[in-house]
Design a protein around this ligand. Structure first.
Ligand code: GLU
Length: 501
């Protein structure tokens, strides 16, 4: 039998790191085993679900390259797969039919308890230091008693009989799990009195209908699994194999939540992380290849991934490692690709400069081709490109007098250095304006004056770019051209003069 697994996001927020990781592991499991990867939208929480979140989730998964074999219609494409619809709100009749079946077999019963009655039960249980559970008030009502409640105008919920005993299963990641049904809180509401089905029910009806063989999901669902197994049994369906993925934790080992941490994939994307690094990172956030290797593309992962190597201990989210992987992947991108992906970030930072009043020259792809060799190794993020090279496209670089003076220097030394450097650069340029020659001439100047070359280069760097971190200095000067370099040195001299006065 072919393996069938699924990602079942609820569109109640943007694509979350945890959902992306679960989707990735399901995708990899399907690809590795020649199985089918299904996407199902669990949108029954109408108050919190939105189309906007749906779009964000689907688009985000697409962006990461996690394409599904069966799923709902998306971006104008029709739904795909024989078990549709793949949106729960379009499957309501199926849940109704399944609930009726359980009712007719007395595996479930109508429950007429009012919210007030249930609140009073909960209160009494609290007072008695008991865990919250359903007291079973409606579990044994006679037909007459039911009729009487109906006559009072009460609308029943549907409750599933949980029963007594131990539910056991073998989780592919966590091993053998046993849970006593008395810990489950009593009989379970599966359909509310307004007719809407609840998560535990829809997820099981769908997994059964869609012939899901493997449920691979976050560990936060582990405690739901016994309820699901009981429901599968009651529905006469095959019970899938479960694999619960370790929680994703903050550095302080608390659960990573959207309140405390950056969890939306979109935010990482906007920061300038590339999809290859995110996929690579998420793969290692819970799985290890069993070797020292760290760099994995999606296709390679699809050949290597196995659930046996997913660990059960919580996985601490390490942003530093993600950033390192990002640098690695950016270095591996072909020029064209890197340029195409970083252009929007460069424009974004130039727009900010323009809004602040700096005159702008529009960069072209040819500019970037010329600059790429000197910045490629220095880009931790796609968005770092602005900070590195925007000075080339902004004509009005204004520099603080304080920033101009290197740490170990005073204003006077800096003023002298800027004046000398101007002379040397003007002379060097008379022959040819090339990085090697500029370097020889400026190193010689530092030596003559007894300056540390690093201090002199920093003063020049800040004077011509306004920044302390740039591409290699001599390449920077060449990219800027002699005329603009000299103009900027003059302006820096002026700034120093008025700053010193
Ligand atoms: N809709 C559930 C969630 O987003 C899916 C749970 C499951 O995979 O069973 O957490």
């Amino acid at each position: 039998m072919t393996n069938r697994c699924r990602i079942a996001p609820s569109p109640t927020g943007p694509l979350h790191i945890g959902t992306a990781r679960t989707a990735l592991y399901n995708y990899l499991f399907a690809r590795r085993t020649g199985g089918t990867f299904i996407l199902r939208l669990e949108d029954t929480d109408a108050a919190r679900s939105s189309l906007e979140h749906e779009r964000d989730i689907l688009e985000g998964l697409h962006w990461l390259g996690l394409t599904w074999d069966e799923g709902p219609e998306v971006a104008g494409l029709p739904a795909r797969g024989p078990f549709g619809p793949y949106r729960q709100m379009q499957r309501l009749p199926l849940y109704r039919e399944a609930a009726d079946r359980l009712l007719s077999q007395d595996r479930a019963y109508p429950c007429y308890c009012t919210p007030d009655e249930l609140a009073a039960d909960r209160h009494a249980q609290e007072q008695a230091h008991q865990p919250p559970h359903y007291v079973g008030r409606c579990a044994t009502l006679s037909m007459d008693q039911r009729r009487q409640r109906e006559a009072e105008g009460r609308k029943p919920a549907v409750r599933f009989r949980v029963g007594e005993g131990i539910v056991a299963f073998d989780d592919l990641i966590r091993g053998h799990v046993e849970i006593d049904t008395t810990a489950l809180g009593g009989d379970l509401v599966i359909v509310r009195s307004d007719g809407t089905p609840l998560y535990h029910f829809t997820v099981v009806v769908d997994d059964a209908e869609m012939r899901i063989t493997h449920v691979i999901r976050g560990e936060d669902h582990l405690s739901n699994t016994p309820k699901h197994i009981l429901l599968f049994r009651a529905l006469g369906a095959d019970i899938p194999t479960f694999a619960h993925l370790p929680l994703i934790l903050n550095a302080d080992r608390t659960k990573m939540s959207k309140r405390k941490s950056q969890t939306a994939i979109e935010d990482y994307r906007n920061e300038g992380f590339v999809k290859e690094a995110i996929v690579n990172y998420l793969a290692l956030l819970g799985w290890s290849p069993g070797t020292e290797e760290e760099i994995f593309g999606l296709d390679e992962l699809a050949q290597r991934f196995d659930l046996e190597r997913v660990h059960s201990a919580g996985a601490v989210f390490d942003r530093g490692r993600l950033e390192w992987l990002n640098g690695q992947w950016m270095r591996r991108l072909p020029d064209e690709e890197l340029i195409e992906r970083s252009m929007p970030f460069l424009f974004r930072s130039l727009d900010e400069r323009a809004a602040a009043g700096g005159a702008i020259r529009t960069p072209t792809e040819a500019d970037l081709h010329a600059l790429l060799p000197m910045i490629r190794e220095r880009l931790p993020l796609l968005s770092s490109i602005g900070d590195l090279i925007d000075f080339l496209f902004v004509d009005d670089v204004r520099v603080d007098a304080a920033l101009l003076v290197p740490k170990r220097w005073d204003a006077r030394t800096t003023t002298d250095a800027v004046a000398d450097a101007r002379r040397v650069i003007a002379e060097a340029g008379a022959v040819s304006f090339e990085a090697d020659e500029l370097e020889v001439a400026l190193r010689q100047l530092a030596e003559e004056r007894g300056w540390k070359a690093g201090d002199l280069f920093m003063a020049i760097r800040v004077a011509v770019t306004g920044r302390t971190a740039t591409p290699p200095l001599f390449d920077t000067l060449v990219a800027l051209g002699q005329e603009r370099t000299l103009e900027r040195l003059d302006r820096a001299a002026e700034t120093l003069r008025s700053g010193v006065a």
